[in-house]
Design a protein around this ligand. Structure first.
Ligand code: FAD
Length: 470
């Protein structure tokens, strides 16, 4: 009887314990991806990026004499249908850690076992399973540095080679056609624009890692904060859908560190920030939906998304160049530099005194590297409401930050067309990408500031003081 390799956020063949176990069982393997009903509200950019990843994986599997079976519906029902249709007796998958997936997977495991179907889940999308990292008193970590100290010396499982062949069943079950899922349909800004900025698939991700380890990691520490410079790995997009494993990033980074590469430890620490985000989501899932610290749940943030100011923020028209460049970069590429994420998040939650959830939601809609844990942690870190967060009173001045991190004005020039007689393609691309209803064009005047920085800052600090009183 065949076995099912249930593919989720692990669109890769190497470092994939679920696939390895399926192949090692000696039985024919059915690679299955289910577009689960619980994922129906996936944002436009991640949904689009999923489509690119699936298309690529399907081709890769075909080269190995296998196939990608696509099904849509409630995962448990779909699996049961498949088991019935194919006579499969086992299902293997890599674990997920968000609350909805955990609840679903627990139910599926119990149900399958009660039907005498083997259900095996594996580690693979994290370096350290969240429940294995504990403080001395057996609790979760709430602060990053001790978390880092607790894990940095640990053994990380070795890498697994991609199987050379994947045994095929005599008969394949039906598969949906990927294009009928219309995963790009919600991309109002034109799929080709975004696709041009994506690096899709496991091979491309591994090539990029090689290149980064060879040429980038030594200078990572110096360059990682400069948004106009290609100074980071750029692998978050691939990690988000598991096209590369964190184990591979860890081992390659650790080797570079052993060879004395200056930025390697900083890089490992960043990879562990992602682990920390998952640790927080696992132990305190409310981080996804409400302010992590209770005292922030009643903070005076505006929750009105339909204001001209919020629209200007989304459209990169706040009149502040760092914010505007970043929001346009996000819209055109589906990515945003980490420094820029902090600036736009600070601007929204402090200068604009607007709830971080509004920003979190926009990112969820626009980011090809959207990751529920890192996004929630990132927003709450900047907003001040999260664990180990930046203090609320640390309000970034977007102009000061620009002087510091974009001293030659390259980032702004890259993304802001107005006022530039000869804007580069990137800056023009934003106007080509944005929906007609926004009524924006490159020859408009530069947007005027939607607020006064000093007044905005004072208003934020006042709200903060009142919170302390209340
Ligand atoms: P590199 O600098 O090369 O770092 C390597 C890897 O380490 C990254 O791929 C990422 O997995 C991890 N990492 C680095 N910085 C962080 C961080 N601050 N938090 C968690 N993990 C980190 N990251 C996402 O992957 N998805 C998100 O949806 C997301 N939303 C964010 C929202 C806000 C408001 C902020 C401030 C940060 C957010 N981040 C998110 C974290 C960070 O901005 C990105 O991971 C990073 O920019 C990715 O670029 P890179 O792959 O070149 O990173």
């Amino acid at each position: 009887a065949p076995v099912i390799w249930w593919i989720r956020r692990d669109l890769r063949l190497s470092d994939n314990a679920a696939l390895t176990a399926a192949v090692d069982s000696g039985a024919p393997v059915l690679p299955v991806f289910i577009f689960d009903t619980q994922d129906e509200d996936l944002g436009a950019a991640p949904r689009f990026r999923l489509g690119l990843g699936l298309e690529h994986l399907a081709q890769r599997l075909e080269r190995l004499g296998s196939r990608l079976i696509l099904r849509r519906g409630a995962a448990l029902q779909v699996l049961q249908d498949l088991l019935k249709e194919t006579g499969a007796q086992a299902v293997h998958w890599i674990r997920a850690y968000d609350p909805a997936s955990r609840a679903r997977d627990t139910l599926i495991k119990e149900t399958l076992k009660s039907q005498s179907v083997a259900a095996h889940s594996y580690s693979g999308n994290l370096l350290f399973e969240p429940w294995t990292v504990e403080t001395k008193t057996g609790g979760m970590y709430r602060v990053y540095t001790p978390f880092w100290r607790a894990v940095r010396g640990r053994d990380v499982p070795g890498l697994l080679a991609a199987p050379g062949t994947i045994p095929a069943p005599e008969q394949w079950p039906n598969s949906d056609q990927l294009d009928t899922w219309k995963l790009a349909a919600a991309m109002r800004r034109g799929a080709p624009v975004l696709a041009a900025h994506c690096r899709v698939g496991e091979e491309a991700a591994q090539d990029r890692l090689d290149e980064f380890i060879e040429n980038g990691i030594a200078r990572y520490q110096d360059l990682r904060d400069l948004p106009a410079v290609d100074g980071t790995s750029g692998l978050s997009e691939n990690l988000a859908w598991g096209e590369i494993s964190p184990q591979r990033m860890w081992h390659r980074g650790a080797e570079a560190m052993a060879q004395g590469a200056a930025g390697a430890e900083t890089f490992l620490k960043e990879v562990v920030w992602r682990e920390f985000a998952y640790h927080l989501m696992f132990h305190t899932p409310h981080i996804l939906t409400k302010s992590w610290r209770e005292e922030w749940q009643t903070f005076a943030w505006s929750e009105n998304e339909d204001t001209p100011e919020v629209l200007a923020w989304k459209q990169g028209r706040t009149g502040y160049r760092f914010v505007d460049a970043a929001m346009r970069e996000l819209y055109v590429t589906g990515k945003m530099h980490n420094r820029a994420r902090m600036i736009v998040a600070s601007f929204l939650t402090k200068h604009m005194l607007t709830h971080w959830r509004i920003g979190q939601k926009w990112f969820e809609h626009c980011l090809v590297d959207w990751d529920p844990a890192s996004n929630a942690m990132g927003w709450q870190w900047v907003a001040g409401s999260g664990p180990d967060a930046a203090p609320f009173f640390r309000v970034f001045n977007p102009d000061g930050q620009l002087d510091k991190f974009d001293p030659k004005g390259r980032y702004q020039a890259q993304w802001i067309a107005e006022g530039n007689p000869n804007p580069p393609d990137t800056a023009r691309a934003f106007f080509a990408a944005c929906p007609k209803s926004w009524q924006l064009s490159a020859d408009m005047a530069r947007p005027r500031p939607i607020l006064d920085l000093k007044a905005g800052r004072e208003r934020a600090l006042e709200a903060y003081q009142n919170r302390d009183k209340g």
